[in-house]
Design a protein around this ligand. Structure first.
Ligand SMILES: [Zn+2]
Length: 431
């Protein structure tokens, strides 16, 4: 903001030689300043009515050329600095030929009647300069600027965030899963079944209503599969895809659900691997493939899945990928290497690697926002739990026997590869 003010040199302002006395220039600066403040609606009367005074803190004058009686001096006034309680004004005086005759600077403060910097409240609004003028009332301007300084970075971050989300909507999904926002409360309580009896594993294998499977094997670098491990694997629906028998039905159900959610199908890029195949994979890329013996693919319990156009990390950008991540547990599957689980699994996030564990374990792992490691660790040996219509217990066999309730129709027994077995019994009997 800049204004012009014209002063005509008076006779009494000149000396005997007709030249303007130097002290006058400072008075002209004041005339021009009062005019300037009036033009921007910030006149002295208004400030004083508010109890605000504006003392001059300093004045500086550089004389460039003389002026004489009756000459018109053009004074340009501009604010060069405004810091709420301090205002700095620059004056440029030129003669009729446009030549600079004097340059000045004045500094002004704002004080209330007590001699302190004033707190200019909303009351001062009428006395404040318009938006393009040097600023608001001193205190209000300072507060406003402080607020702006605080809000501006926040606003910028929000805007940048919104722009990123528009381009990468899947970040919301990833963040939600990382934080467990989709987890439900699922109660797991400790129970004490009556009349537990000791049953040897051999006897148990002979029982018609009891099924052994491999669904809860913990397979990792810390818990490699035994050398003599025999995977319980067959081909899935003549597809050329081999997977553990315990998950064939569940995979069919998950696959159908993914199709219902707008995908052409759930495809498998990596299924069961023999030890020899895992050794090959590991030799090809030790950074990506697990150490032979420590891959769930060798038990046929894991599948690397994708949908059309979305494989690998891109899987979680797809509707199908997000459905699998959020709802796979309803079908007995978990993401074995969730984004939040690297500390426990030792493996970075793999949105494509799904693992079957069955019910109610998949429900408890997903909704408990934990990993298979964390979950198995949470099952205290010999303690019976109840959740989702199942009773289950993790036990270390004693003399080749487990302690089981007499009523155990429909029980599923799986070794967990830590030397224990996990027995899961549906409350309603055989399902
Ligand atoms: Zn995998």
């Amino acid at each position: 903001m800049e204004t012009r003010y014209i002063h005509t040199v008076q006779y009494y302002e000149t000396d005997k030689m007709g030249i303007t006395h130097h002290s006058n220039y400072i008075r002209w600066m004041e005339e021009a300043r009062v005019d300037f403040l009036k033009k921007i609606g910030w006149d002295y009367d208004k400030l004083e009515a508010l109890g605000v005074f504006s003392p001059v803190l300093s004045v500086e004058c550089r004389y460039k050329a003389p002026t004489a009686f009756a000459e018109e001096v053009n004074i340009t006034v501009a604010v060069t600095e405004f810091r709420g309680v301090k205002l700095k004004i620059r004056y440029t005086m030129t003669n009729a030929k446009g030549r600079v005759v004097c340059e000045g600077v004045s500094e002004h403060g704002f004080l209330n009647a007590e001699g302190r910097p004033p707190a200019l409240g909303p009351r001062a609004a009428g006395a404040l300069p318009p938006a393009d003028a040097p600023g608001g009332g001193a205190g209000a301007a300072k507060r406003g600027r402080k607020r702006l300084l605080f809000l501006l970075p926040l606003l910028l971050v929000l805007l940048a965030g919104a722009a990123v989300l528009v381009r990468n909507p899947h970040y919301l999904y990833v963040a939600g899963e990382y934080l467990g926002l989709n987890c439900r409360r699922i109660e797991r309580r400790q129970v004490e079944p009556e009349g537990l009896v000791s049953v040897t594993l051999e006897e148990l294998e002979g029982e018609e209503n009891v099924r052994f499977d491999q669904s809860l094997l913990l397979v990792s670098a810390a818990h490699p599969l035994p050398e003599d491990f025999v995977p319980d694997v067959t081909e899935y629906r003549d597809s050329g895809v081999y997977m553990n028998n315990c998950m064939q039905e569940a995979f069919a159900a998950l696959s159908d659900a993914v199709r219902e959610h707008g995908e052409s199908g759930l495809y498998v890029s990596s299924d069961f691997r023999t030890r020899a195949q895992q050794e090959e994979e590991y030799a090809a890329d030790p950074a990506l493939a697990a150490l032979p013996g420590s891959s769930e693919h060798e038990a046929g319990l894991a599948l690397d899945v994708y949908v059309r156009y979305f494989a690998g990390y891109a899987f979680h950008k797809s509707r199908g990928g997000q459905f699998v991540g959020r709802n796979g547990w309803k079908y007995g599957f978990i993401l074995r290497y969730p984004s939040f689980g690297e500390k426990e699994t030792g493996i970075t996030y793999e949105p494509w690697h799904i693992r079957y564990v069955g019910q109610p374990h998949a429900s408890l792992i997903y909704n408990g926002h934990t990993t298979l490691e964390g979950y198995i660790d949470s099952l205290h040996e010999g303690v019976w739990y109840e959740a989702q219509g199942y009773r289950f217990c993790r036990q270390r066999p004693r003399d080749g026997a487990l302690l089981l309730p007499e009523e155990r129709a429909g029980a599923v027994v799986s070794p967990d590869n830590t030397g224990c077995y996990i027995v899961t019994i549906p409350n309603e009997g055989a399902a």
